[in-house]
Design a protein around this ligand. Structure first.
Ligand SMILES: [Zn+2]
Length: 115
């Protein structure tokens, strides 16, 4: 499956958020410790198999619970903490994410999950 623009941007967004969060909380110079690298891998794989693809809503409005219990909690915290701080280093990604919040939220039953 080749990723569309929306999914590609979503991957950049989660990568940037994780880098900010990792630098802050794990004091990793590269902005990506082993844990965060694994989490990013997982997040990007889930985006590849997201049933909504280009119609994907923002994660906290989505009815598909992509992340398994523990990583989901971590991802939620990353988004909450790093989200607002994305604006300065990543204005375009932040603006895109802001606009995504106004998208209609699709229902899973209207989509076939082929992931
Ligand atoms: Zn980390």
């Amino acid at each position: 499956m080749s990723a569309g623009r929306r999914i590609t941007r979503e991957k950049k967004t989660i990568a940037a958020m994780l880098a900010i969060d990792c630098r802050d909380h794990h004091a990793s110079a590269r902005g990506r410790c082993d844990d965060c690298a694994a989490l990013l891998d997982d997040a990007q794989r889930r985006l590849d198999t997201c049933p909504f693809q280009e119609e994907k809503p923002v994660c906290n409005l989505c009815e598909v619970h992509c992340y398994a219990a523990t990583p989901r909690e971590r991802v939620r915290l990353v988004m909450r903490d790093a989200g607002p701080r994305m604006l300065w280093p990543h204005p375009i990604l932040s603006l895109g994410h802001l606009l995504d919040k106004w998208r209609p939220v699709p229902k899973l039953k209207d989509h076939k999950c082929d992931g």
